[in-house]
Design a protein around this ligand. Structure first.
Ligand SMILES: Cc1ncc(COP(=O)(O)O)c(C=O)c1O
Length: 416
């Protein structure tokens, strides 16, 4: 089996693993090999402790109280907003809105900015590699308002989208362009800065789905300059139940609220209501306080390690997996051969992805099998499902070797 176990990056996954208590366990008597990071990532002690401390020592509602606990909770909550703004290099902290996750953030934009600004006949441009979260909200809106959706096509198994393709499709009828930064099925990294620049030159508003990128590579919104950028805490080594919508302040100011309730109002009478300024206008009700604090802790943890190092490590693992997987008989590997993000999807003609995942689990390996919430892409590629191995800073090349051994065993079983 493969022996190229040295890393070209300075990141040492063996040391990092000690920060993640969940990785210390065995599954079916074998050490857990967690390769389902595209679905959700594991949490370091720092995140668990930050949430624990909030509940043990500071638990209180935010923004409302005058007492000490409430002040402490508010401070920790608002500090997390600063951390997110710094992490993304957002122009200002008021552009950071806390949501439940990527899905809610995209729905927020659909139900506010897009509802207000798009009219029948306008075109929304998406790509064929979008997650259902970045498809369905636009399909619902298009049905309601008579909008047209066009898709930048995925032309082959590599799935690389070019600026030429995108420029050609950004025609005058297109008013909005939403695309994923990293495809959760292909591992393609889209040139978000270039796509946003092409749209901006034409006066088209952009949304970048950063669900797979924010926790895995350095994101600099000052440089990328999208109008909206979204991600989920649970994919950045943070908790579930929290995510972020970054929105350009000028747009946020003009957008109507998403949800109505407490926290987001300026004044309410029986007849009328006025709203707070962003971000509070979009944060109705008691937020996920512990989760926001946990998210702040996760982004600090990742920043301390270094996002460029994390990306290089993920990429190195994915390139290693890609190379060795391609030597297995009958395999079809999706995604680019170079510049791949930290995940690899693959398909065998004679073995269903669910069988691969079940056999992997017996060896303690957590893989994902299915359509990965990208059914239209699967259909386009003539597939029902793939198996996916997705990597993070705590994964090692030895773990990929175990996966390769396991796949060989599974293939032999189904061949006999
Ligand atoms: C590219 C992409 N977009 C959106 C989502 C949805 O994220 P969430 O379920 O956290 O809202 C995912 C989750 O897998 C994703 O991979």
């Amino acid at each position: 089996m493969a022996t190229e176990t040295a890393y070209s990056t300075t990141l040492n996954p063996e040391t990092i693993r000690r920060d993640f208590p969940i990785l210390q366990q065995k599954i079916h008597g074998k050490p857990l090999i967690y390769l389902d990071n595209g679905a959700t990532t594991q949490k370091p002690v720092e995140v668990i402790e930050a949430m624990n401390q909030y509940y043990r020592e500071d638990n209180s509602n935010v923004h409302r109280g005058i007492h000490t606990l409430s002040n402490r909770a508010t401070e920790a909550f608002e500090q997390a907003r600063d951390t997110v703004a710094q992490f993304l290099h957002a122009p200002c902290r008021e552009e950071i809105i806390f949501t439940k996750g990527t899905t809610e953030a995209i729905n927020l934009v659909a139900r506010t900015w897009a509802e207000q600004n798009l009219k029948a006949g306008d075109v929304i441009l998406l790509t064929e590699m979008e997650h259902h979260s970045n498809l369905v909200p636009w399909q619902l809106l298009a049905q309601r308002k008579g909008l047209v959706i066009r898709y930048v096509p995925v032309l082959d198994d590599e799935g690389i989208l070019t600026t030429e393709q995108v420029a050609e499709m950004l025609t005058p009828e297109v008013k909005f362009f939403a695309f994923t930064h990293i495809s959760n099925t292909l591992g393609v990294v889209n040139p978000a800065r270039e796509f946003c620049a092409l749209a901006r030159e034409r006066g088209i508003v952009t949304l970048v789905d950063g669900a797979q990128s924010a926790g895995h590579m350095a994101v600099d919104l000052n440089d990328m300059r999208p109008d909206f950028f979204v991600f989920s805490g649970h994919k950045t080594a943070g908790p579930t139940g929290v995510g972020v919508l970054y929105g350009r302040y000028e747009l946020l100011e003009q957008m109507p609220p998403f949800h109505g309730g407490g926290e987001m109002i300026d004044r309410v009478s029986f007849e009328r209501v006025t709203f707070k300024k962003p971000p509070h206008k979009f944060e109705a009700g008691t937020p996920s306080i512990a989760e926001v604090i946990g998210l702040g802790a996760s982004l600090k943890y990742l920043s301390n390690i270094g996002m460029d190092r994390i990306f290089s490590h993920d990429h190195e693992l994915a390139a290693y997996a890609d190379k060795h997987l391609r030597s297995l008989p009958g395999i079809r590997v999706l995604g680019p051969r170079t510049n791949r993000a930290g995940l690899v999807s693959f398909h065998f003609e004679n073995v269903h992805a669910h069988d691969l995942v079940t056999f992997a689990d017996m060896d303690g390996i957590a893989l994902r099998g299915g359509h990965h919430c990208t059914q239209p892409l699967m259909e386009k590629l003539g597939l029902h499902s793939t198996a996916r191995a997705s990597f993070y800073l705590y994964n090692t090349k030895e773990e990929i070797d175990h996966l390769l051994e396991n796949l060989q065993k599974t293939l032999s079983f189904f061949a006999s």
